[in-house]
Design a protein around this ligand. Structure first.
Ligand code: HEC
Ligand code: HEC
Length: 332
């Protein structure tokens, strides 16, 4: 019985809502609790409701948000690929290649900041990046707002969701961000074992977990419910970084190649890996860490040769795969 599918989480949230006598069922549903995670914090100026989440979802998948109506957020963040796109680097407006690999959007509700160099504090402002980037959606916000205001259905939906007669960026960004905060994934066989003491992991996966938390030291950065501490780290991926990461913000050479530590959930759906999609398989990821990485002055001291046997490497790959949700919580 696959009780750890998304319906389980929904069920749990509904039970909690019922027990706490909360009237707004939708709000309780979006907040959680979700197994292992703290309750989702919705900013006071961006509270969820059924209408708001549905509007945000519609906008997220609407190519009309890009200059020539060809690219939506969902073009690069596809639900069936855990909101990634399967490409080394995403392709945006007019077939242009963007600078980076598209990260998953599951569990963004808990991120302290966005982008690989952690440069943006809020989902509402993050989206200005893709909307206005000439390689992504290539639009400009005033033009986009005029376009949406000319659309009577959208005006109706904004009125219903936010009570406003005219659409503005404040409410548009809140609708999309509110939808993003409902994208939760945390129901893997690892969760069933770790949080509920189910016998859901194989012997190899259990050995992999012991390596992950012990000899291989992955847990130093990949910890907590989303298997990341969100810290910015140089893992010695390259000797010379084309994409300088945190250095873009600080101009401090000690920050070259430092990228936000990603979640390790849903890796079976999110290849290729790393900020530039340069690592194609989980086997190659493990080879990278086992080698201790490339020599780079900013490389974290935690990245060092691991001397894993072939058996240990495959056990580590096995646990990485087991962090994936068994039932992909696709919510279109
Ligand atoms: C052309 C492809 C493309 C489109 C279109 C796109 N994104 Fe992205 N998205 C990316 C890439 C690539 C990154 C990584 C950028 C970075 O970290 O600098 C990213 C990063 C993000 C992040 C940050 C995640 C993190 O872990 O920090 C969020 C949130 C996000 N996108 C939401 C959106 C929303 C909302 C839209 C629509 C308004 C959108 N994206 C449109 C490719 C795209
Ligand atoms: C010093 C902190 C740190 C340690 C220790 C660490 N990682 Fe990472 N990990 C990162 C960072 C940062 C990235 C992203 C690097 C990039 O994008 O260039 C990453 C990326 C990954 C990815 C790619 C995820 C994706 O979606 O692209 C996998 C898989 C991974 N690590 C697994 C592991 C394993 C397995 C170990 C232990 C052998 C480990 N990590 C140890 C910080 C760390």
């Amino acid at each position: 019985m696959q009780w750890w599918g998304v319906s389980w989480a929904n069920l749990l949230a509904i039970i909690v809502a019922a027990c706490s006598g909360e009237k707004d069922d939708a709000t309780a549903l979006w907040r959680g609790p979700h197994l292992g995670f703290p309750v989702v914090h919705y900013p006071a100026d961006a509270l969820p409701s059924e209408e708001r989440v549905a509007l945000g979802r519609k906008l997220f998948f609407d190519p009309g948000l890009s200059i020539d109506s060809t690219v939506s957020c969902g073009t690069c963040h596809k639900p069936e690929l855990a909101f990634t796109d399967g490409l080394e680097k995403s392709i945006g407006h007019a077939g242009q290649t963007t600078a980076r690999n598209a990260p998953t959007l599951f569990n963004v509700a808990w991120h302290p900041y966005f982008f690989k160099e952690g440069g943006n504090p809020r989902l509402e402002s993050q989206m200005l990046g893709p909307l206005e980037n000439p390689e992504e959606m290539a639009t400009n916000v005033p033009m986009l707002i005029d376009r949406i205001n000319a659309h009577s259905e959208y005006r109706k939906l904004f009125k219903k969701a936010y009570g406003v007669d005219t659409v503005d960026f404040y409410h548009l960004s809140r609708a999309i961000a509110t939808y993003e905060r409902t994208l939760v994934s945390g129901f893997s066989r690892w969760d069933a074992w770790y949080y509920l003491s189910e016998k859901s992991l194989t012997e190899d996966e259990l050995s992999g977990w012991r390596l992950f938390t012990g000899k291989a030291g992955c847990i130093s950065c990949h910890n907590g419910p989303d298997l990341t501490d969100y810290s910015l780290q140089n893992i010695g991926l390259h000797e010379k970084y084309e994409d300088v990461g945190l250095f873009r913000r600080t101009r401090d050479s000690a920050d070259i190649g430092k990228m936000k530590t990603p979640t390790l959930r849903n890796l079976i759906y999110t290849a290729p890996y790393m900020h530039d999609g340069s690592v194609l398989t989980l086997e190659s990821v493990v080879e990278h860490y086992n080698s201790g990485g490339k020599n780079h002055p900013a490389r974290s001291p935690l990245i060092r040769p691991l001397m894993l046997t072939d058996e240990e490497k495959s056990q580590l790959v096995a646990i990485l795969k087991a962090f994936s949700d068994t039932v992909m919580p696709v919510r279109k």
